[in-house]
Design a protein around this ligand. Structure first.
Ligand code: F6R
Length: 614
């Protein structure tokens, strides 16, 4: 949450910062701001606006600033409401230092009192202003920016990333990271820093990821990294980013979300091709002998994740139990991390995450590692903190996901989990080769089936038009499609703001049936499966009470089509892959309902893409 960007070089700093912020705006859009060294006037130039980046862009037109060093920020508010005064960059009380921040400073209240006693007056309600003033206070005493930065940061508790810039030490940026992501981009005669690589893609593919409790000093010519505690220099080999700038653009679609839904067939095809070798074996380039040895010994599997990734985790737990015959469960990270779970070295904790930076999932990973479990991360963002810290990593290779609502990352997680399950089942010898081959054959047909679903999107258009004014929706599914019901409901509520609730259909008579009336659409996910007849009974029960049913079922299912008010066909597939197919029409349904209601699909209110605070 919150996007940070910094630049020191020869280019026009404000253009670099604004372009970087455009790529980071999905991390928060409550306010935006920039600070840079004004070469004409001398000292710091700071400009910030409440609301989206477009407002800052408008305001910038009124200023002509020449600068080659600066920092920028797009905010998701934690401490203090969204407003100009609470927007970043914050400056110290003397206006000498500017700071952008992502995260939370937990001991800010104590430090604020101390600084007040030292005569500092505060303007905002943010924890950030405490940090910048603490640095400023040390700076006035030490006259050495790096030393002041080190001293002040050493006193801050919590999880955060910073970049600072000083008016009278103008050719450097200082950067710090603890838990919240920071990546440094390396150029020639210029260097960059950002919360994630998407902001760096237009300029460089060579990057260095800062580790926790490290700080970096960036100048035009150099990047130096140090450990905060010891003060010792750290040597780190740069990594090369494989994403390209085209992937991070809308490519003619009105929204990133729609573009990303349309990318799904190609991405799934690429994952399947990459993960199955010529002899028909599943393999993962990032799992070595060490990981295999641990995986062979595991006796239980926990899938731990948040939001959409949690729904993928549920599907993963069903797969692991069915095919690898291991006791498996799925949990949300925020519960897992705090409930003191009993874990052994024979347990595997599988962290599912698009961003690889979600605060609760990261904490769950650390908890699991500390307790000796084997940790495996299924991650989209290469080089992210969770990918780096887990014992082993499998990348989902869905490319950058910019739309705040997760779509392609979800189906990529589902396909990756299925492949991983077959791999795990191979290690545990719980599946016959013929069974694996049959399933892989069925999986290979999934991308084409997804393509077919996208081609039939007019039917969804009609359906969404019919229901877009409704304010309450119920989603029901069983077995592998219970998580689909949860995910369908989450997608709809987060981007359309309609109330939507996902339920296990078997629970319907235990409560939610009371909601059934002639006003509330019930989305029933009922493809061919071993619980199909049970789903049909649910549909009958809803219809018997005058309810509205929108059904997702297997192509040619006349019985369901006749029972339902609206029917959307899914190409036939193996039951275990049906959540992949069913996800796509539900994503499109949510997208269309939100778009018909004029919602800001890519940047829904109050949300941010990467939840890096608890
Ligand atoms: C919903 C959505 C969120 C994320 C959740 C976890 O569309 O995107 O629910 O799935 O915040 O994020 P990651 O996968 O980055 O850990």
């Amino acid at each position: 949450m919150c996007g940070i960007v910094g630049y020191v070089g020869k280019r026009d700093a404000l253009s670099v910062l604004m372009k970087g912020l455009e790529h980071l705006e999905y991390r928060g859009y409550d306010s935006a701001g920039v600070a840079c060294i004004d070469e004409k006037a001398g000292g710091l130039f700071v400009l910030k606006e409440e609301g989206k980046l477009s407002r800052l862009k408008e305001s910038l037109k009124k200023h002509s600033v020449v600068s080659t060093v600066g920092i920028g920020h797009t905010r998701w508010a934690t401490h203090g409401e969204p407003s100009r005064v609470n927007a970043h960059p914050h400056t110290d009380c003397k206006g000498q230092i500017a700071l952008v921040h992502n995260g939370i400073i937990e001991n800010y209240a104590l430090l604020k009192e101390e600084l007040k006693r030292r005569g500092v007056a505060f303007r905002s309600k943010t924890d950030t202003e405490i940090a910048v003033n603490l640095i400023g206070d040390y700076y006035r005493r030490k006259r050495d920016l790096v030393e002041a930065f080190r001293k002040a940061v050493g006193r801050l508790r919590g999880f955060f990333a910073f970049v600072i810039l000083a008016g009278n030490d103008p050719d450097k940026l200082l950067v710090f990271k603890r838990s919240n992501p920071i990546v440094i981009g390396l150029g020639k005669g210029e260097n960059f820093v950002a919360s994630d690589v998407s902001a760096l893609l237009p300029y460089t593919k060579n990057v260095i990821y800062l580790e926790d409790d490290e700080y970096a000093l960036l100048t035009r010519k150099d990047v130096r990294i140090y450990n905060l505690g010891t003060g010792k220099a750290v040597k780190r080999k740069p990594a090369v980013i494989r994403w390209n700038i085209r992937q991070a653009q809308k490519g003619g679609y009105p929204h990133f979300m729609l573009k990303e839904i349309h990318e799904e067939p190609r991405i799934l095809e690429e994952i399947i091709t990459k993960r199955i070798d010529r002899r028909g074996n599943v393999y993962f380039d990032t799992l070595g002998r060490g990981a295999d040895l641990r995986l062979k010994k595991i006796k239980r599997v926990f899938f731990v994740s948040c939001g959409t990734a949690y729904h993928a985790g549920l599907v993963g737990s069903y797969l692991a139990e069915q095919f690898a015959r291991l006791p498996a469960g799925a949990e949300v990270s925020s519960e897992f991390r705090y409930r003191d779970p009993v874990l052994h070295s024979s347990d595997a904790v599988i962290l599912i995450t698009q961003s690889g930076e979600t605060a609760d999932t990261l904490a769950a990973l650390r908890e699991a590692k500390a307790k000796g479990a084997f940790t495996l991360a299924i991650v989209n963002v290469v080089g992210s903190t969770i990918a780096r810290e887990a014992n082993a990593v499998i990348y989902t290779h869905a490319g950058p996901e910019i739309g705040v609502a997760s779509t392609k990352a979800y189906t990529a997680q589902l396909v990756t989990e299925a492949l991983f399950t077959f791999y795990l089942a191979g290690l545990h010898q719980t599946m016959k080769r013929t069974q694996v081959s049959e399933l892989l054959l069925a999986l290979k047909k999934v991308p084409a089936a997804c393509e077919k679903i996208l081609k039939q999107s007019e039917a969804l258009d009609r359906c969404s038009r019919k229901y877009f004014r409704h304010q309450n929706f119920l989603y029901l599914g069983r077995g592998y499609n219970f998580p689909t019901a949860l995910e369908g409901a989450l997608k709809l509520k987060e981007i359309s703001y309609a109330h939507a609730h996902g339920y296990a259909a078997g629970e319907m008579k235990h409560g939610p049936i009371a909601l059934v009336d002639h006003k509330q659409p019930v989305i029933c996910i009922a493809p061919a499966s071993k619980t199909y007849e049970k789903m049909i009974s649910n549909v009958e029960e809803i219809k018997a009470r005058g309810g509205i049913v929108i059904a997702l079922g297997t192509e040619g299912d006349r019985r369901l089509a006749e029972l339902a008010d609206d029917f959307f066909p899914l190409p036939p597939t193996h039951e275990v892959f049906s959540p992949i197919l069913a996800a796509i029409p539900l994503q499109l349904f949510a997208y269309k309902i939100a778009a018909f209601n004029g919602r800001d699909v890519d940047q829904p209110r109050n949300l941010a893409k990467s939840v890096t605070v608890e």
